[in-house]
Design a protein around this ligand. Structure first.
Ligand SMILES: [Zn+2]
Length: 94
């Protein structure tokens, strides 16, 4: 990281580096100042950047990044708690 290079904060922090569309230019730093505005326009429309900004906004709101996965886990846990209560009731009844 050099001081004279520019970076995209959203991509640096939140971009999916496993994505096939991922390009590390905005993480390693750009110093092509002549074509900077053109490159910014292209980068702002890239799928990787848009997704990184969405994740960053969710993070700023304090939402869990894996909110859906967390909810699915809670539903599964609650279902097994109910099954255990039913089994205990059956055992106590017998
Ligand atoms: Zn970006």
């Amino acid at each position: 990281m050099r001081i004279k290079d520019i970076y995209c904060e959203s991509c640096w922090l939140f971009a999916d580096r496993r994505s096939s569309n991922f390009r590390s230019d905005w993480i390693k730093g750009l110093n092509d100042w002549k074509h900077l505005s053109e490159k910014i326009k292209i980068h702002q429309q890239s799928q990787v950047h848009i997704e990184a900004v969405i994740v960053q906004q969710r993070w700023k709101r304090g939402e869990c990044i894996d909110e859906a996965l967390d909810e699915q886990f809670r539903e599964g846990r609650n279902m097994w708690i109910k099954v255990l209560h039913c089994l205990m009731d059956i055992g106590l009844t017998l």
